[in-house]
Write a protein of this length. Structure first.
Length: 149
């Protein structure tokens, strides 16, 4: 083997020292450079993974909040529609009551007016009968006076 090294002009002692230096340089670079860079890359990868997970969780929470908000708005809308329907029904009932009351009052006022009209008519007839009777008496008295005079 030394002939092979001699044929290519290689000094095996120098090659051994260079191999040792290369191994030492490799160990130093691996310890001081490669491991910290790998640690930094792993930390960065972990932070990115956490960021992605946080982003996905935030998206899920946003979707849940949106769904919940739509549910609340829908429930509030249905409740408002129910309240409006109830209010309309009450208003219609109240309007019907008011109309019925007005009709009853109108009928009562009409009946009262008819009764007053009938009473006025009777009194007028009685007064007319009295006036006619008195006029008849006066006429009879005048006729009797003229016959006796």
């Amino acid at each position: 083997m030394s002939e092979l090294f001699a044929a290519f002009g290689i000094n095996w002692k120098l090659l051994l020292v260079q191999a040792f230096n290369f191994g030492l340089l490799l160990a130093v670079l691996w310890y001081f450079l490669y491991r910290p860079v790998l640690k930094m890359i792993d930390d960065r990868r972990q932070k990115i993974a956490e960021g992605v997970q946080n982003s996905e969780a935030a998206a899920r929470r946003l979707l849940e909040a949106k769904t919940e908000g739509e549910g609340i708005v829908g429930a509030a809308s249905r409740e408002a529609e129910g309240l409006v329907a109830t209010a309309r029904a009450r208003a219609e009932e109240r309007a019907a009551e008011i109309v019925k009351t007005a009709e009853v009052q109108a009928e009562s006022a009409l009946a009262d007016a008819r009764a007053r009209g009938e009473e006025a008519k009777r009194q007028t007839l009685k007064e007319s009968e009295r006036e006619i009777a008195r006029a008849a008496m006066l006429a009879a008295e005048k006729i009797l006076r003229e016959k006796h005079s």
